[in-house]
Design a protein around this ligand. Structure first.
Ligand code: 5GP
Length: 210
């Protein structure tokens, strides 16, 4: 039976280590695929078009939006980000668990449209750790770090809308916890209707056939 994949949304403050956790998760387990977003922000050093993001212009972004080619989109510290629909839908049909690493406004849009989506919010063990990581990353200047920390204050307000809170203290532990969440979500009765009806029918046939 080809089971449809889950939509796994991962959000968390800038610098919390979402990217590292997702990379490790995909290295260890083969049931995942990562959605590559479109963005109007400029590439950081080392980022590759089509790998981290599709880097597009504001005009291209608004064309995608009006043509309904985005599953969700949001503005984030002066730029636009969105999830291309076709790729995600295709991989879900193939049975892949699709990871969307997106911020909170987009996550809430996804939950509304796809109530079965699983929303995970990743937080640091302490805010000092987050500040250190953001500065240490060295990819944003001080102003940008400040903007991102301010945005984190707003994002924290929406943590309660998520299904799970995951603390990223130790990489391997965090990856395992995330994978267990997905495994458990696959066992939910609500997403296993087909299996349940097969069990009931087989049971009936067995009893009646006696
Ligand atoms: P960054 O500029 O650090 O790569 O990303 C900034 C924020 O935008 C992060 O919180 C990231 O998760 C979020 N983001 C990346 N892609 C998307 C997307 O397609 N949609 C939404 N809503 N947020 C995104």
């Amino acid at each position: 039976m080809n089971k449809k994949g889950l939509v796994l949304v991962i959000s968390g403050f800038s610098g919390v280590g979402k990217g590292t956790v997702v990379r490790r998760l995909m290295e260890k387990y083969k049931n995942y695929a990562l959605s590559v977003s479109v963005t109007t922000r400029a590439p950081r050093e080392g980022e590759v078009h089509g790998r981290e993001y599709f880097f597009i212009s504001e005009e291209e972004f608004s064309a995608m939006e009006t043509e309904g080619r985005l599953m969700e989109w949001a503005g984030y510290v002066g730029h636009h980000y969105g999830t291309p629909r076709d790729y995600v839908v295709g991989r879900l049909e193939e049975g892949k668990d699709m990871i969307l690493e997106i911020e909170v406004q987009g996550a809430l849009q996804i939950k509304k449209k796809y109530p079965d989506a699983v929303l995970v919010f990743m937080a640091p063990p302490s805010i000092e750790a987050l500040q250190e990581r953001l500065k240490g990353r060295g990819t944003e200047d001080e102003k940008e770090v400040e903007k991102r920390l301010r945005r984190a204050v707003e994002e924290a307000e929406d943590m309660e809308s998520y299904d799970y809170l995951l603390i990223n203290e130790d990489l391997e532990t965090c990856v395992e916890e995330l994978h267990q969440i997905v495994r458990c979500e696959h066992q939910r009765t609500g997403v296993n209707l087909e299996m349940m009806s097969r069990i009931k029918n087989d049971l009936k046939r067995f009893v009646e056939g006696e």
